[in-house]
Structure formats: C-alpha cells, structure tokens
Design a protein around this ligand. Structure first.
Ligand SMILES: Cc1ncc(COP(=O)(O)O)c(C=O)c1O
Length: 318
C-alpha cells in the first residue's frame, strides 16, 4: 500500500511458503509470480528469480516491482544475491521474516538488504504473543511514517501537517485510505517480557538443532542445511525422508507429533493456481512437498525428550 503497488504490477514470491506471503498481492490487483526454492535451504532461488524477472519483462504484460523473500523455517534467505538482482532491475525487496525473526546472515539482520522486513508474533512463531500480532521494520524514516499512517486508518503524519494550520484536531484528518493494523496493547506487554529471553531462546534452539542433526543424519534423507554464516532461529526443524508419510504414521504411533509444511505449495492452491510462474517451473518445490516433515522444536525441549524423538525416528524401518 505504501509503495502504491497495483494492477499490472508483478511481485515475485516463493511458492514454498504460507499463503500470507502471496495473499497481499492480489488484494491490490497486482499478480504474484511464483519462484522455485533452493534444494538445500528451501529459500527463494536467486537463479530462478532472475529468470522469472527476465521472462516477465520479455512478455511485457506485467511490470516487475517487488520481490518478497521468505526466511523459511527460520533461516535467512540469500539476501546478498537477491538484493543484487533487485538492484539490477530496480525492484523493492521485502523480507517476509514471519518465521525468521532473530535470524542473521554473517551477523546482519535481513534489514541490511531488505527495504522492509515483516514479522509475525503468532503464538507458534519463535517470538510468539498470546494471540495475534506482528510488526513491520524499516530503516527508511519516511516509509516508517507512511506505514504508521496506513496502520492507523490513514491518519495524518508530520509531513501531511507541514506548513498547515487547522481549526480542528488534525488527529482526525485522514490523508489516505488506511486500515486498523495496531498491535494490541496486551500482546505488546507479553512481547516486551518475552523479548528479554528471546536471544537465549535462539541459542537454546540452535543447541537442540545441532543435537538433532547429529542424532538424525544417518537415519533420514536430509537434515536441515544451514550454510556457514547463517544463523537460523529454528522456527521449524524440518527433515526429508523418502517415505515421509510412513515416518509420520510411525512417529504418531510413538507419541511424537509432526507437521508437514507445506503439503500444497501456493502455485498448486485453488486460490493461486492461475498466477504466473517462473519459466523453469517449480520442480524443487514440487519434490519437497512430498518429502519434508517437521519435528517438535521449541526452546524448552529437554535432552531426554530430544533423545526419545531421535530414537523414534531411528527406529523407523520404512
Ligand atoms: C511465511 C509467513 N508469512 C506470513 C505469515 C503471516 O503471519 P500472521 O498470520 O501473523 O499474519 C506467516 C504465518 O502465519 C508465515 O509463516
């Protein structure tokens, strides 16, 4: 909304993500263009992105405007490569860090590269509140003001008032169409307290992930691959298995809950299957949807519970 994205604009998004990444695009009559992911990190493939931008330009129907990269399962996207592509083509970059709040790349936050980072405080997220919540982060002061206006029903902001006098309270001056996207005060109170231990929780999650990796590597097709320099917040701990559904049934019988993120990628969803895709298709995404499974992961997972989960996976002979 702040950038005026609309009809005729293309917004490049991964398909291997939650629907929220793409849904905002058709809300403003723009079109999402679905991009495949890297087979190691499950994050947006820079090579596929570049090919899709070039194909979109060649076709000429849509104008490339924005890239939304996702920090899937808590691991940062390849921002240096994606940002270089955005700069070459004059595109804005959003980091959908709903799952990745607290992740870093060589010590830097995604905002080093992205114009805007968005995040979610939904209870299942690493920094979860007790209901719904989220935040938008930017280093651009003007953009921050504009987003603040949109967030509160299009209220007037400092630049709207400059050099003007009013015979009424400008609090009720509406300069643009906005909405209500305030963070509820009670949720903010929860988050302020939880933020104090959040850094420690990321460390604990990393310790658990390292133990999982060590215990599981020999028993599954792939354990998570976090390239050197990346720090994940481990929103999910996701492995691959040739008999994913068999493993899920085996673990359920052993009392270990699992989940599949995501069994239906967005380009195959009824609400989104009419939108364009990158020219190479999405073969990695379509393979992953059959193979991935996420195991229990939270900061308070004790070593004996981790060991029970590792033993349950190891005992699957599928
Ligand atoms: C990748 C991704 N983007 C966006 C969202 C949306 O967050 P919320 O439901 O808090 O709006 C989520 C999770 O819900 C998500 O996983």
């Amino acid at each position: 909304m702040a950038w005026g994205i609309g009809r005729g604009d293309a917004v490049f998004v991964p398909s291997f993500t939650f629907a929220a990444t793409a849904e905002i695009v058709p809300w403003f009559d723009a079109e999402p263009v679905f991009i495949d992911v890297d087979e190691r990190t499950y994050n947006m493939s820079p090579a596929h992105l570049e090919a899709a931008i070039e194909a979109t330009l060649k076709e000429g129907r849509l104008t490339p405007r924005v890239v939304i990269a996702v920090d899937l399962f808590g691991q940062p996207a390849d921002y240096p490569a994606i940002k270089a592509i955005c700069d070459r083509h004059g595109l804005k970059l959003i980091a959908d860090s709903a799952q990745g709040f607290g992740c870093t790349l060589n010590g830097d936050h995604p905002l080093k590269w992205a114009d805007i980072t968005t995040t979610s405080f939904f209870p299942a997220k690493p920094l979860g509140c007790y209901g719904d919540g989220g935040a938008v982060l930017t280093n651009d002061d003007d953009l921050a003001q504009l987003i603040d206006s949109i967030r509160v029903h299009g209220k007037a902001i400092a630049r709207d008032l400059e050099g003007k006098t009013f015979d009424h309270d400008p609090k009720y001056l509406n300069m643009r169409i906005g909405l209500n996207s305030r963070l509820d005060t009670l949720q903010a109170a929860v988050l302020i307290e939880k933020l104090k231990v959040f850094g420690d929780e990321i460390e604990w999650r990393n310790r658990i992930a390292a133990r999982y990796n060590e215990g599981l590597r020999a028993h599954v097709a792939a354990v998570p691959d976090v390239p050197a320099g990346n720090v994940s917040n481990w929103a999910q701990y996701t492995i691959e298995h040739d008999d994913r559904d068999g493993l899920a049934a085996h673990l359920k019988a052993q009392g270990v809950p699992t989940a599949v993120y995501y069994p239906i990628p967005l380009h195959l969803q009824p609400a989104y299957d009419m939108y364009p895709r990158g020219p190479q298709g999405l073969p990695v995404t379509e393979r992953l949807k059959e193979r991935v499974i996420s195991l229990p992961m939270h900061a308070d997972l004790t070593e004996d519970v981790q060991d029970r989960i590792i033993a349950a996976v190891a005992s699957f002979k599928g």
